[in-house]
Design a protein around this ligand. Structure first.
Ligand code: NDP
Length: 332
């Protein structure tokens, strides 16, 4: 059984790496055909993540031409050969490639049904970002009640969710963010200390973190800012502490001489979400954890804005320009 599917669609194609101008909005791109193990999804809404900018600039290599976008939510319109577990009409979320399009052929293995009572928008505001947070606070470093945690970019797509998850575990959260509005948002989530690291006073955030922890430093740092913060993160972590470097918002962390870790016996990690959700069991475990929290209302989402897909260049400009709070979404 298949719904009627057009042969062409609107999609954003990248043919070469570069600035936001390489994002080409096309109105008659071929609709893909689902192969074995795949589903064709008509996307109702898609997430935009900072990682999309890395594939656009080439910081992360990928074959081009390419349709960017790593997640979407919508309706299954056809099912590929030898593909089980899903049917036409199912409302699903997926994590794969090609979200900047009306239709995406996605692996069934990386697709889940969205439970009743959770909107497509709420899932997209928390899917890739939320699974990242849930896996990193459990597996990269197991955050404990009472831990002091330094979280950079706490008002961002991932940061907004991580602040809440850390507080629900009972950790003491020190969140950094740029500007008064973002800091107020982080504070409203219950963060214990909020530092505007772009303000005059907050520029010396290492000192403020030390003060907040009685000179000791934090148990763990979650640092996705990278280039601009990695040295400070190393200073702000306690003896025997852990630093989780997981992003490049300001540029990548340079190769670090390992002896720099010795004086404080620091542990470092550089995880990727995709390594924690490789098996179906792992993927379902974390999606269930997320959906439970969304359904109970324990986890709130924040959508920065839903942009029409043709404004995709503006979304990248806003993300890279530090203009967003919470998660930007696009409507294909
Ligand atoms: P965000 O919404 O958090 O956007 C990035 C934020 O980083 C900005 O809003 C800004 O917040 C801060 N930032 C600091 N310096 C800069 C700079 N020079 N340029 C731009 N932004 C800067 O994005 P996401 O939620 O999509 O992702 C957050 C981070 O987590 C990214 O680095 C991303 O790559 C990483 N990530 C990694 C994953 C993994 O598997 N390893 C998975 C998911 C996300 P402010 O203005 O407050 O400084």
């Amino acid at each position: 059984r298949a719904m009627s599917v057009p042969t062409t669609m609107k999609a954003v194609v990248v043919e070469q790496t570069g600035g936001p101008e390489v994002l080409q909005y096309k109105t008659s791109h071929p609709v893909p055909t689902p192969q074995e193990g795949q589903l064709l999804v008509r996307n109702n809404i898609s997430g935009v993540n900072f990682i999309d900018t890395y594939f656009r600039t080439g910081l992360y290599a990928s074959p081009k031409p390419k349709i960017l976008g790593r997640e979407g939510a919508g309706t299954i319109v056809s099912v590929g050969p030898n593909t089980s577990g899903f049917k036409v009409g199912d409302r699903v979320a997926w994590m794969a490639n090609g979200g900047y399009a009306e239709y995406t052929a996605v692996p069934a293995a990386k697709t889940v049904k969205i439970p009743e009572g959770i909107s497509d928008e709420d899932v997209m505001a928390s899917f890739l970002s939320g699974l990242t947070v849930l896996s990193f606070v459990k597996e990269t470093y197991a955050v404990q009640k009472g831990d002091w945690v330094l979280l950079h970019a706490a008002a961002g797509g991932a940061g907004f969710l991580m602040t809440q998850i850390l507080k629900s575990i009972g950790a003491n959260v020190i969140g950094t963010a740029g500007g008064a509005e973002k800091c107020a948002l982080v504070k409203s989530l219950g963060a214990d200390v909020v530092i505007d690291y772009r303000s005059e006073e907050g520029k010396d955030w290492v000192k403020l973190v030390k003060e907040a922890t009685g000179g000791r430093g934090v148990d763990v740092v979650y640092d996705s800012v990278g280039k601009d913060t990695w040295e400070g993160s190393l200073e702000a972590v306690k003896r025997k502490g852990t630093i989780v470097w997981f992003g490049n918002a300001s540029g990548p962390v340079p190769p670090i001489p390992l002896p720099k870790l010795s004086p404080k016996c620091v542990k470092i990690a550089r995880p990727t979400l995709f390594g924690y959700i490789e098996t179906r069991e792992e993927f379902e475990y974390y999606t269930n954890e997320l959906f439970t929290r969304l359904q109970s209302g324990e986890l709130k989402v924040k959508i920065h804005k839903v942009y029409p897909m043709e404004e995709i260049a503006q979304v990248h400009i806003d993300l890279e320009g530090r203009k967003t709070m919470g998660k930007p979404l696009i409507k294909p």
